[in-house]
Structure formats: structure tokens, C-alpha cells
Design a protein around this ligand. Structure first.
Ligand SMILES: [Zn+2]
Length: 281
């Protein structure tokens, strides 16, 4: 599932391609994937592309479009004319067919811009959505990569879930925005905290470590191109290989990076949880 780093990478890629372009056409192939009347966005210019938590926003002249990738959403921009002809920018849930012909059987919505370029919203499982915004976003916690996110705020928000395992609590979007399963695993490893520990049992020192762990793992995610892993280099020469650099996520049975033990996998709250039983106490 695309998390904060993956959506941030989509934002950074798209803003280079579509700001200043007019949306000429929106074709909705799956009505479930587009909430609201697409006509309200047609003919309008893209003024800004932004991210909040895992939501991608596109400010137009009069309305804002919101995108949520959920489990299997992906966005593929394809240049059709001028300098951008033949270029492609891809982001979101990785599948081998992201680099093939577009649209494909999983394409749900197609945007056509004034320079002829297209943006394809593909979503195999159809949990993702695009919608015309009609007000403020849901109740979201602080943005973890912004200044206002301090360890004290993280502590205060986590303490709303005193009896929850720390890894489950840190994934609550009202505690901190944008941390999902991958980065919650990584953050607990960096903080050397056993993901099963109850929030109420953490010391201030551990809240500080967890705060640092959240920030560090998200920054690394962005640095290594997120978890969108395909054998493809985008026009900026970036590859999505974060999962190669992940410390514990997906590394069951591999040696721990901090000690001679092996990474273990268990299930907490229904989600795969990876940790080192020796480093994480
Ligand atoms: Zn270890």
C-alpha cells in the first residue's frame, strides 16, 4: 500500500509535469473510482499539487481534486507531445504492467491535459478514489516531516491508545499522518522498541526514540524512492527501491542489521510485523 513516502514522490514528480496545464477531459471508466461530477474540474488549470498524509491534492482554479491510492492505486503520467513526448512518470502500488501500454484493464480514470499528456489512475482492487473536494480533510494528525511534529505531541497523541501495542497505535492516522505498516515496522526497529509493547509502558526516552524512528524511516523512504519497485527508471533517473534498504520490513529470516539475530515475523492487529527480538525490547 502506498504510504507517505510513495505519495510524496508522486507529488514531486507530478508537479514538474502538470502545473499550469489545463484539464481538457476526464474519462471515468469506473464510476466507483470518481466521487463527484468530473465536469466541475474540466477546463480548469492545475495551480498546485500537494500532499497531506497519504492523500494527494490537486488545486484547480475553482475546485480541488483529492486522490487516495488505498491498496492498489497507481498514477501514471505519459507525455504525448513536445519535450515530454514518450516520457512517463509512475508512482503508487507497483505492478509490472505500469510500464506497458496505457490504458490497461485496471485503468479507472483518464485525465487529458492541454499539452496532450495523460494521467492514468489505475486501481486493480478499486478501493482507491479520486474526489472533488467539498471541505476540510478528515481528522488527521500532524505531518511527521513538518516542524510542528515534536516527540511530546507524538507522546500525547499515542497516549490516547494506552493499552494498544505501540506499532498499531502509531498507524492511527489521527496520531501521526501518513505512517502505515511498512514505516511503522521500520520506526519501531530504529527506536529499538518491541512493536508489541503497550503504549502506556513506554518511557519518555522511548517516545523520543520512536519520534526519531518515524522521521528517519520516512525520510529514507523518500530518499530511496519509496516502495514502488519496478524495473524502470523514470525521466528523472529515479528508481523505487526502498524495500531493498528497509531494515526489517519484508526481511523475515534475514540477519538483523544491528546484531547476529534473525528478523522475525509475527502478526499484530492483522498486519505483518517484522522485528528483531534482541535489538527491540
Ligand atoms: Zn538485532
Amino acid at each position: 500500500m502506498p504510504e507517505l513516502p510513495e505519495v510524496e514522490i508522486i507529488k514531486q514528480g507530478l508537479e514538474k509535469k502538470i502545473i499550469g496545464l489545463k484539464i481538457q477531459k476526464i474519462q471515468v471508466l469506473s464510476p466507483k473510482s470518481f466521487i463527484g461530477n468530473p465536469k466541475l474540474a474540466m477546463g480548469q488549470t492545475v495551480l498546485k499539487v500537494w500532499r497531506r498524509a497519504k492523500i494527494l491534492g490537486m488545486d484547480l482554479d475553482k475546485v480541488t481534486l483529492l486522490f487516495h491510492m488505498k491498496m492498489s492505486g497507481q498514477l501514471i503520467w505519459k507525455g504525448e507531445s513536445g519535450k515530454g513526448k514518450g516520457e512517463r512518470f509512475i508512482g503508487g502500488h507497483p505492478t509490472p504492467d505500469m510500464v506497458d501500454k496505457m490504458p490497461n484493464p485496471h485503468t479507472r480514470v483518464i485525465f487529458t491535459f492541454s499539452d496532450g499528456s495523460h494521467l492514468y489512475f489505475n486501481d486493480q482492487r478499486k478501493f482507491g478514489w479520486i474526489k472533488i473536494s467539498d471541505g476540510p480533510l478528515q481528522d488527521l494528525g500532524p505531518e511527521p516531516l513538518e516542524k510542528g511534529f515534536t516527540w511530546q505531541i507524538l507522546k500525547q497523541n499515542l497516549l490516547r491508545h494506552k493499552s494498544m501495542p505501540v506499532k498499531v497505535a502509531v498507524m492511527d492516522q489521527s496520531v501521526v499522518a501518513g505512517v502505515g505498516n511498512i514505516y511503522a515496522n521500520e520506526a519501531c526497529f530504529v527506536a529499538k522498541i518491541d512493536p508489541r509493547r503497550k503504549v502506556a509502558d513506554l518511557t519518555d526516552q522511548e517516545f523520543k526514540s520512536l519520534h526519531r524512528g518515524v522521521i528517519r524511516s520516512l525520510r529514507e523512504g523518500i530518499k530511496y524512492g519509496g516502495s514502488t519497485r519496478v524495473h524502470f527508471v523514470d525521466p528523472e533517473g529515479r528508481k523505487g527501491y526502498f524495500l531493498d534498504y528497509a531494515k526489517v520490513y519484508g526481511k523475515e529470516g534475514y540477519p538483523c542489521q544491528g546484531c547476529p539475530s534473525k528478523v522475525k515475523k509475527i502478526t499484530i492487529g492483522g498486519r505483518g510485523t517484522y522485528f528483531c527480538p534482541d535489538c527491540q525490547r
